[in-house]
Design a binder for this molecule. Structure first.
Ligand SMILES: [Zn+2]
Length: 120
């Protein structure tokens, strides 16, 4: 059983939560100037790393509040839980944020190739 520390309710069973997927996805600023494929990439493509991943979670069977979490996808350990609209403060969370290739708008990503090779 996995316990998740809701920032509003405290430790609760994982069955009370829903994971909303990857956190910090930047919406393309010039969405009318990008191709349908680029917009589909923004809308549907998500990272699936082995290691620390930044996710959005909702306490669906509790307070129904959303929050962000830095979670290790190998060990399932929650490294950090932080508020929506804020950035990770832990070293691992900051590294996961900097390492993800989808943090920039499409035009910024095109100008700055990722070290992960997910988008060039
Ligand atoms: Zn809660």
């Amino acid at each position: 059983m996995l316990l998740i520390d809701c920032p509003h309710c405290g430790l609760r069973d994982e069955t009370e939560f829903a994971c909303g997927g990857e956190a910090h996805i930047a919406r393309p600023l010039a969405e009318n100037a990008i191709t349908d494929a680029e917009f589909a990439e923004y809308l549907f493509w998500r990272d699936n790393p082995k290691g620390v991943f930044l996710e959005r979670w909702c306490h669906t069977a509790g307070c129904r509040q959303w929050f962000n979490a830095a979670r290790d996808t190998v060990t399932h350990d929650f490294i950090e839980i932080y508020a929506m609209g804020s950035m990770p403060a832990s070293k691992a969370g900051k590294a996961a944020f900097a390492d993800a290739w989808r943090r920039n708008t499409a035009s910024e990503a095109a100008a700055k190739p990722s070290s992960k090779g997910g988008k060039s």
